[in-house]
Design a binder for this molecule. Structure first.
Ligand code: ADP
Ligand code: MG
Length: 617
């Protein structure tokens, strides 16, 4: 019998290896930009099409390559960056395995134009699935352009595995941002599908963050600085009230590389403890510098994990550095989220009693017409950025007139008292007496007696259910209320494609919106939400939509209806009078599924007499 072991032909070996280096367009972006930076470029331009599936092109003004180097660069294990094994432990550059270009060329159509600064002519190389189809001398600018087209054209299984264009786009953008955040000294641009997404001139780190995430960040950033023998920590954290509902602005870098590390992220979370409500993630941009020998950069090219020799010490330094930064800027003591969630009531002095307030109610008030209920005047308002608080409340001043409509001619000073006493004011009289009016508890739940006990209703969730049903069944007409003054809202680049995707559906729901470059032009909003602040409503709607984006059970229009309902619904923390509560209860029980929100969260909790009696036994 003849021998059976054969060497794989090199193009197959390359395709297999390519799978390790290149998973998706974003991996190509990473490899190409890193090569440009290693080549000493001061300007790097990224162009992508269809989320990078059709084209990823990187142009730099770096060293360029000679004709021979250009050809060599596509060979596996061809690298100019290490020549001895020792070099591996002293790495200053990003690449070193000499695999990226060989791998990319095995699974895409690659064109390279490159010219050294001292050469008269450059070289153009066209590479089609491992073999070089042509090479010729051309006129071209100094530096290198590499265009990668039709990724995975010869590996259909991988191509099919790629996400939607918007998904791939966002990964490409992530990669671009990660590099941009460590190289503010490089002028970087990004165009996608013919549109300029970013043009970031050379600057410093703080300015780069602002370039990427918007001017609002100027006020949000708090510097972090700590230097010890083993590590230097620099960077910024965002003030706690600007925490995100997704951890998508949590960046760690070590020696100019992005990395992920749950242990160190935890150090930051604990420094923020008590300042950020559950479910929110602090935003941060933290840069570590450590001696290269003390760092194990996992030699797998695509992995983002690293291992510090002094992990525990670094954890402690990081935590204290962040705490100190928050303390120094007086961020920590001024915030109290528990307080923000409810009305701000001064603590009782010893011996002081509170009189139940008399609340005169305007029976014409309809909570479903005007859902923007104001907060009391005493609540903390330490954030200067305006707009949203991290708990979803706005710090927009209450509309005095609405408030007056709501309470009839309520006196000012009564406003401040009613929270503490909502239960006692009606428990004894109303509940026990035959009419059994509902009672509000903690401005969040509605207690209503039923035949065999009582139920607690989550007021916010109940209202979401009601509004959602109405929106879906078009009971709330999707008539547009045109704004007196058009408003403009700056959109974050990473969100832009999502806004584009949902724009038509939003307009179908009663908005009148347009996108102009990176701004949302707000011309009208649903009549049913006419008294709400349009930017706040859209921001809340969008945040909620993003969270539900990956949910496969609902289609876009249902998700948007749900997000709009969530934005419009009366939040916890708003006082309701008994008419409003009864109205809410009636509508809830008339809805399609009173027990659960469209997302399956419990709206009603029942307490039976048996349970209650048991508790007293
Ligand atoms: P590595 O970066 O690990 O060395 P690559 O396959 O990414 O391996 O690149 C191979 C070689 O091609 C690099 O070592 C470098 O010499 C050269 N090269 C690649 N991209 C560029 C570029 N944009 N400018 C100059 N040289 C480049
Ligand atoms: Mg490389």
């Amino acid at each position: 019998m003849s021998d059976v072991i054969k060497l794989l032909p090199s193009h197959i070996a390359n395709q297999i290896a390519a799978g390790e280096v290149v998973q998706r367009p974003a991996s190509v972006v990473k490899e190409l930009i890193e090569n440009s930076i290693d080549a000493g470029a001061s300007k790097v331009q990224l162009v992508a099409k269809d989320g990078g599936k059709t084209l990823v092109q990187v142009t730099d003004n770096g060293s360029g390559m000679s004709e021979i180097d250009a050809r060599m660069s596509f060979e596996r294990h061809a690298t100019s960056k290490i020549s001895t094994a020792d070099d591996l432990f002293q790495l200053q550059t990003k690449g070193f395995r000499g695999e990226a270009l060989a791998s990319i060329a095995a699974i895409a159509h690659v064109t390279m134009k490159t010219k050294r600064h001292d050469a008269e002519l450059g070289t153009e190389l066209i590479n089609e699935g491992t073999k070089i189809a042509s090479q010729e001398a051309v006129m071209c600018p100094d530096g290198t352009t590499i265009a990668v087209k039709n990724l995975f054209f010869n590996v259909p299984a991988r191509r099919n595995f790629l996400g939607k264009n918007t998904t791939e786009y966002r990964k490409v953008l992530d990669e671009f941002m990660r590099v941009a955040l460590v190289h503010p000294e490089i002028h970087m641009t990004f165009h996608h599908d013919g549109e300029e997404i970013y043009n970031l001139p050379k600057c410093n780190t703080r300015q780069r963050i602002v370039q990427l995430f918007g001017n609002a960040y100027n006020e949000r950033l708090v510097p972090v600085n700590e230097e010890t023998d083993i590590v230097k920590i620099t960077g910024f954290v965002c003030k706690p009230e600007f925490s995100k509902s997704k951890p998508d602005q949590s960046f760690l870098f070590v020696n100019n590389r992005f990395f992920k590390d749950r242990y160190l992220s935890h150090a930051i979370s604990t420094a923020f403890e008590g300042l950020v409500p559950t479910g929110k993630y602090p935003a941060y941009f933290i840069y570590f510098d450590v001696p290269t020998q003390s760092l194990d950069v996992n030699v797998h090219p695509t992995k983002t994990e690293v291992k510090f020799e002094e992990n525990q010490a670094i954890y402690a330094f990081l935590r204290s550095a962040v705490k100190q930064a928050l303390g120094q800027f007086n961020v920590a003591p001024t915030l109290d989220f528990d307080q923000e969630m409810s009305f701000n009531v001064a603590p009782l002095k010893k011996g002081e009693t509170v009189n139940p307030p008399e609340i005169k109610v305007n029976p014409d008030y309809n909570p479903f017409v005007s859902t923007e209920l104001p907060k009391t005047s005493g609540s903390t308002s330490s954030n200067s950025g305006g707009g949203m608080r991290s708990n979803g409340f706005s710090d927009i001043k209450p509309n005095r007139k609405d408030w007056e409509n709501f309470y009839g001619d309520l006196e000012d000073d009564q406003e401040e008292q009613h929270t503490e006493v909502t239960i006692s004011s009606s428990l004894d009289e109303d509940l026990v007496v035959e009419r059994k009016k509902p009672v509000q508890i903690n401005e969040k739940y509605i207690l209503s007696t039923v035949k065999n006990g009582f139920i607690l209703i989550d007021q916010y969730r109940a209202h979401v259910r009601i509004l959602y049903d109405q929106l879906i069944n078009a009971q709330v007409s999707n008539e547009v209320q045109q704004l007196l003054f058009e408003e403009r809202m700056e959109l974050e680049a990473m969100d832009l494609p999502i806004w584009k995707e949902i724009l038509d559906d939003l307009n179908a729901l009663g908005f009148d919106l347009e996108i102009e470059q990176n701004e949302l032009l707000i011309k009208g909003q649903p009549l049913a939400a006419k008294d709400m602040n349009p930017q706040q409503l859209l921001t809340e709607l969008f945040e909620s939509y993003k969270l539900s984006e990956s949910d496969e059970e609902l289609d876009i229009s249902h998700k948007l209806a749900l997000s709009l309902a969530s934005g419009m619904a009366i939040k916890g923390g708003n006082v309701l009078n008994s008419d409003e509560m009864e109205h809410l209860i009636n509508e809830l029980f008339a809805s399609s599924a009173p027990q659960y929100t469209p997302r399956g969260k419990k709206i009603i909790e029942t307490f039976t007499m048996e349970e209650i009696i048991k508790r007293f036994s």
